[in-house]
Design a protein around this ligand. Sequence first.
Ligand code: PEP
Ligand code: MN
Length: 290
Amino acid sequence: MESDQYNDPAMSRGCSVPDRVNRNSKPDPTVVKINKIMIGSSDIVIMAGPCSVENHDQLMETAKAVKSAGGVILRGGAFKPRSSPYNFQGLGEEGLKLLMEARRETGLPVVTEVMDTRLVEMVAGYADILQIGSRNMQNYPLLKEAGMLRKPVLLKRGMMASIEEFLLAAEYILNQGNDQVILCERGIRTFETSTRNTLDLSAVPMLKHLSHLPVIVDPSHGTGHRWMVPPMAKAAIAAGADGLIIEVHYKPEEALCDGFQSLSPDEFSGLMVDLKKIAHAVGRKIYQNE
Ligand code: PEP
Ligand code: MN
């Protein structure tokens, strides 16, 4: 693709795209590989699991439910970035060990958040994908540390970040030699108060237009309402997302974190049925383990 900053609407509206993430420098889409799972290919990848790892039974039951509904990557936070220091902060390394047990039981690879540069190596020793959360999207030392690894990174859009700032954050990771980066739209802060965040689905085609990196959507944090997750998950796939990350809890009403936006196992498996139809309608399919 030729760079034409005058004819490209994104450029002319004041979004400049750094080199390494720029589609002009690499027209073929980047495919992030986790075992046989290819994020950024024609298949759509569904990640799901609890907001946070709480205890053995909660994680195992939820992980099994995710797997039987067709989710292929297990999410779960061991280190939680909570707005209040008095809220549950996660189980730390014990949570990572539980995630490994869930991976052994189900065969699902694991995505989990790292918040601290001092813990990148430790968390990377457990996780299949390292998540850098919205609050840390502009934590440049953390981005650089993650860039030094050769492990996929799920980078969530900062809640106040423009598309340009989001792509610049990804550029930090690529600049260190790690091109296995997945971009995640998770909603931004606007004047709107009826939703937790405003899920910017226009970011999906825009990011895919500007960059070769895969783009996924988090309709859970993007809306903050359980009932809004299915329609926005479907809309995300219709808009061209390469995957979704969805909060699922075996007993949402008892969750220590984000229960109000977590799907029950039944709701998640119902959604998976609908997602297959939407994927088919846009010429794609939901990736399934054989
Ligand atoms: C999460 O996915 O657990 C999370 C904290 O999300 P975000 O960083 O998007 O708020
Ligand atoms: Mn959450």
